[in-house]
Write a protein that binds this ligand. Structure first.
Ligand code: GLC
Ligand code: CA
Length: 566
């Protein structure tokens, strides 16, 4: 058994799919998606090749922040079903070889959570110290309001008890005090509970905020937040060895690496995966400029994840497409290309649009982005609806624009629900990207559809261990618009080329993996013949406008999967 490449490290070549139960499939006709409906749709995920579903928060909530304000960490929102329905879903997914992880939102609770209600009832409450209180908001306390359209401070005065409490997000989301050992134990208990019910880990919400102890009374000496994260990982490992922590850490690379774990340990003992927010943003800048440079620079700068850890890559997530790590000028460029109207932007830092409308429905540019997703080093994470090219509905509030119901069929209600659409949690997409034009039913039957293309990407990615497990390097191509990267393992190497520009180019590259006479085989079914490196060792590869190619160094006989099985 090759220890570096076993299913024990399943996340390394996983295909993660994020969905919100509320908007995926209604199973009882009330207009709200639910676990029963989701379970009925499992075979769509199977056919797509998804190996891990990430459930957005499904817990009881006040819906101030679309489920990210929780009133009970041990329950299922009654609108979405029961614990029984949840368990049936997890079991059905497992039956199809799909693991399930869920959002762990423990930086804060809802203000309606019984803990906070108790905590604010009196300064003597047993729960008082579960939250963060101050007589005066500290001047040098944490900075940076996450929702600047609504909040102007991180501290809210509580009339009843006469102190201010900390809230990183909306004031209805008071921050828990993770310096309190009781809170720490409770968070572990929450993780243990869902693990017992079959989850294979968590997407950890807002990790840097969860760990922060700024603005807190440090008279007793505050514990090291990273020790705590390592403790949680160890706890989870003891309960279920295959569990992962997929962390939301939107920080510059330099600060982020620490969240994988102690730099002294090459395996990583904190987060199993971290989203690559920087790489994602640089990809959009590259697309806007039609220049591979920004993405290439990010890939060069990106720290290597520890051996057993991995980066998680994405084209968009469930939030606004944040561009906060770009400079002001760069952000303005991306806005100008992909979201020029004010109503397409959110908090001056992001876009509340999906990719296909951003590029005017240009299939080539949409494919380019997803081809990158599946070839760039890191575990690909899809947001529901991306596989069919759904758009957004700007009439929906804020981030809800991209959280519209899944489009299954062309009919009214899109197969999502038979209820009157006014009962839906969010309005459907309308127009060119709405269900009549964009739906699973029709694309499933059309070999030329985006869905068929994405299925092919998933299949090839899963077949090419180099992409998931390999070391990578960038190759010089002589063309600014082309990104060429080679991923290689001990037994194979895959070269991927992406042309960001709208004109045809010929990339010329020299590969340490393939000298004169060396062969390369096309991995996608595009009817291309293989390539042979000419005598001068400089391999020319033609790429159409926004074109891409996946090539394995060698002939089909060199396919590592064949070597492994044959
Ligand atoms: C994370 C989530 C976001 C949520 C916030 C507060 O950033 O991605 O959707 O609003 O945390 O929980
Ligand atoms: Ca329902």
């Amino acid at each position: 058994m090759r220890l570096t490449r076993t299913s024990d490290l399943w996340w390394k070549n996983a295909v993660v799919y994020c969905l919100d139960v509320e908007t995926y499939q209604d199973g009882n006709g009330d207009g709200i998606g639910d676990f029963k409906g989701l379970t009925q749709r499992i075979d769509h995920l199977v056919r797509l090749g998804v190996t891990c579903v990430w459930l957005m928060p499904f817990y009881p909530t006040r819906e101030r922040d679309d489920g990210y304000d929780i009133t009970d960490f041990y329950g299922v929102d009654p609108r979405l079903g029961t614990l029984g329905d949840f368990t049936e879903f997890v079991r059905t997914a497992k039956d199809r070889g799909i693991r399930v992880i869920a959002d762990l939102v423990v930086n804060h609770t809802s203000e309606e959570h019984p803990w906070f209600r108790d905590a604010r009832s009196s300064r003597d409450s047993t729960y008082r110290d579960w939250y963060v209180w101050q007589d005066e908001p500290p001047k040098d306390g944490p900075e940076g309001v996450v929702f600047p359209d609504v909040e102007d401070s991180l501290w809210e005065y509580d009339e009843g008890s006469g102190q201010y409490y900390l809230h990183r997000f909306y004031k209805q989301q008071p921050d828990l005090n993770v310096a309190n050992p009781e809170v720490r134990d409770e968070i572990a208990r929450v993780m243990g509970f869902w693990t017992e019910l079959g989850l294979s880990g968590f997407r950890v919400d807002a990790v840097p905020f969860l760990l922060e102890t700024d603005g807190q009374d440090d008279a007793g000496g505050l514990p090291d937040p990273h020790d705590y994260l390592a403790d949680l990982r160890a706890f989870l490992g003891r309960r279920n060895g295959e569990s992962v922590l997929l962390g939301e850490v939107n920080l510059p690379y330099g600060d982020l690496a620490r969240f994988f774990g102690d730099p002294g340990s090459d395996r990583g003992d904190e987060l199993t995966m971290c989203f690559d927010f920087v790489g994602m943003q640089q990809m959009y800048l590259s697309m806007a400029r039609e220049d591979a440079g920004p993405l290439a620079a990010a890939l060069r700068e990106r720290p290597a994840a520890p051996r057993d850890a991995h980066w998680a890559t994405f084209v968009r997530n469930h939030d606004e497409l944040t561009l906060d790590k770009l400079s002001e000028d760069e952000r303005a460029e991306v806005f100008a290309s992909f979201g020029p109207d004010k109503e397409m932007q959110l908090y001056d830092r992001g876009l509340r649009r999906r990719l296909p409308p951003m590029v005017g429905g240009d299939r080539r540019r949409v494919e380019l982005a997803y081809s990158l997703l599946f070839t760039l080093p890191g575990t690909p994470v899809l947001f529901y609806g991306e596989e069919i090219g759904m758009g957004e509905n700007l009439a929906a509030e804020g981030r809800q624009a991209v959280r519209t119901p899944m489009q299954w069929t062309p009919e009214e209600g899109a197969g999502f629900s038979t209820a009157d659409p006014t009962a839906f949690p969010n309005p459907m997409v309308e127009g060119a990207f709405g269900p009549r034009k964009v739906n699973v039913y029709e694309q499933s039957r059309d070999p030329a559809s985006l869905l068929s293309r994405i299925r092919l990407f998933v299949e090839r990615y899963r077949e090419a261990p180099e992409l998931a497990w390999g070391e990578y390097h960038l190759a010089d191509t002589g063309e600014r618009s082309v990104l060429a990267h080679v991923s290689r393992t001990g037994d194979g190497a895959v070269l991927a080329l992406h042309n960001f520009s709208g004109r045809q180019v010929t990339a010329r590259l020299r590969l340490p993996e393939a000298g004169p006479g060396g062969k390369l085989t096309d991995l996608l079914d595009d009817g291309h013949a293989g390539l042979t490196v000419p005598d001068d060792g400089l391999l020319p590869v033609e790429l159409p406008a926004y074109g891409y190619r996946w090539l394995r160094v060698g002939t089909t006989a060199d396919d590592p999967e064949r070597v492994a099985t044959g």
